[in-house]
Design a protein around this ligand. Structure first.
Ligand code: NAD
Ligand code: WQD
Length: 339
């Protein structure tokens, strides 16, 4: 069984990917410093799969400790989720973001080269497209000047990976540009665990419905969209997780591939108000919300062209927006307010 190192494997997307790797016959090995996750995720993973996954509580920037993981296991590929991801916080703490996001990638690549590990799948983001001139966005759409240090770390990381793959034929990588991940595992054993007040729409909705937050503010209804609220491409986290397995298989099959990039979204845009209405429909809960001011820095509309990922990777989404919001709500109902 092939060992796949999953950094950030206790986090939201990482934990769902651990399940899909296991389902596909891989042995995921998790490295996570638990800076934005909890060890209880491992119990959820065991309840879903019946397996105790190997887990190391290590910071990816701690090169010596991290090296021991490579020494202890024969690693056949790495999926690198570990990063900080709060856009607003990155403006206040740019050095922490560059150090953690770019630094951990550099440490990882150094170790992969030292230990002769070839394959990397990297978590990038649709944030690299900024406000797109044309929709849907393809992988060829121009990257825009990043609006935050967080966004810039994703651009810089893609460049570090591409440059390394050019310089070293035995380092091969795929960057996946995620659109907006939502939902949870249908078992409700794992899901998103936002610490504190969520910035993202769906956790804010579910927490409002659960009575943790008083009211949702819809940030603006005067955009040039169907109902005036912003448009995003919301993808179920299980579909997103499966894209990593497909990417790994693709890298393995195509030994000459040095670097490639894929959009991972549904290909469809939904407005904030559509999300609110669909949530009310699937949950049966009336949401307390109001229309507020635009949020500074928000993109008016973005959604993915997924032709390349579906044709090249043979991957497509299987879950609907209703599935996503049902699973998010069922997951929310398992949480206690102190998380
Ligand atoms: P998350 O915070 O739930 O998961 C990240 C995990 O990495 C956490 O468990 C955290 O403890 C761990 N971590 C952070 N820094 C680490 C370090 N130095 N060493 C070891 N572990 C570390 O976030 P997520 O939503 O699962 O995101 C995963 C990846 O996907 C990130 O790279 C993120 O930037 C990217 N991404 C996320 C979204 C999104 O909206 N969730 C969208 C696009 C891209
Ligand atoms: C979605 C929509 C808000 C909260 C962020 C990052 C991006 C990427 C994904 C990682 C927007 C609206 C939200 C609320 C609202 N992350 N909204 N009320 O802005 O697409 O992207 O997460 O790479 O980098 O910037 O996601 O969930 O914050 O917002 O009306 O309380 O919901 O205005 O239109 P976003 P989001």
């Amino acid at each position: 069984m092939q060992n796949i190192l999953v950094t950030g494997g206790a986090g939201y997307i990482g934990s769902h990917t651990v399940v899909e790797l296991h389902n596909a016959g891989y042995n995921p090995i998790i490295v996570d410093n638990l800076s934005n996750s909890r060890k209880s995720v491992l119990t959820g993973l065991k309840n879903i799969t019946g397996k105790d996954f190997t887990f190391y509580q290590i910071d990816c920037n701690d090169k010596d400790a991290f090296r021991q993981v490579f020494k202890a296991h024969e690693i056949s590929g790495v999926i690198h989720f570990a990063a900080y991801k709060a856009v607003g916080e990155s403006v206040a703490k740019p050095l922490e973001y560059y150090e953690n996001n770019v630094g951990s990638l550099m440490t990882l690549i150094r170790l992969m080269k030292e230990e002769g590990v070839e394959k990397l799948i990297f978590s990038s983001s649709c944030t690299v497209y900024g406000q797109p001139d044309q929709l849907p966005v393809t992988e060829q759409s121009p990257k825009k000047t990043a609006e935050s240090p967080y966004g810039n770390t994703k651009q810089v990381c893609e460049e570090v990976i591409e440059d390394t793959s050019i310089s070293d034929k035995s380092f091969r990588a795929i960057a996946l540009r995620y659109f907006n991940p939502v939902g949870a595992h249908p078992s409700s054993e794992i899901g998103e665990l936002p610490l504190g007040i969520p910035n993202n729409l769906v956790p804010f909705i579910t927490q409002t419905a659960a009575g943790w937050r008083e009211q949702l503010t819809v940030f603006g209804d005067d955009y040039d969209t169907e109902d005036g609220s912003c448009v995003r491409d919301y993808i179920h986290v299980v579909d997103l997780a499966k894209a990593h397995v497909k990417s790994l298989e693709y890298l393995t099959k195509h030994a000459n591939l040095s670097f490639d990039i894929f959009n991972i979204g549904t290909g469809k845009g939904n407005t904030v108000l559509e999300i609110v209405n669909t949530f009310e429909e699937v949950s049966g809960v009336k949401l307390n919300y109001r229309i507020g001011e635009r949020r500074s820095g928000d993109i008016e509309k973005i959604y993915a062209d997924v032709t390349k990922s579906s044709e090249t990777l043979g991957w497509k989404t299987e879950k609907s927006l209703k599935d996503s919001l049902t699973d998010s709500w069922n997951w929310q109902k398992t949480l206690k307010q102190d998380v």
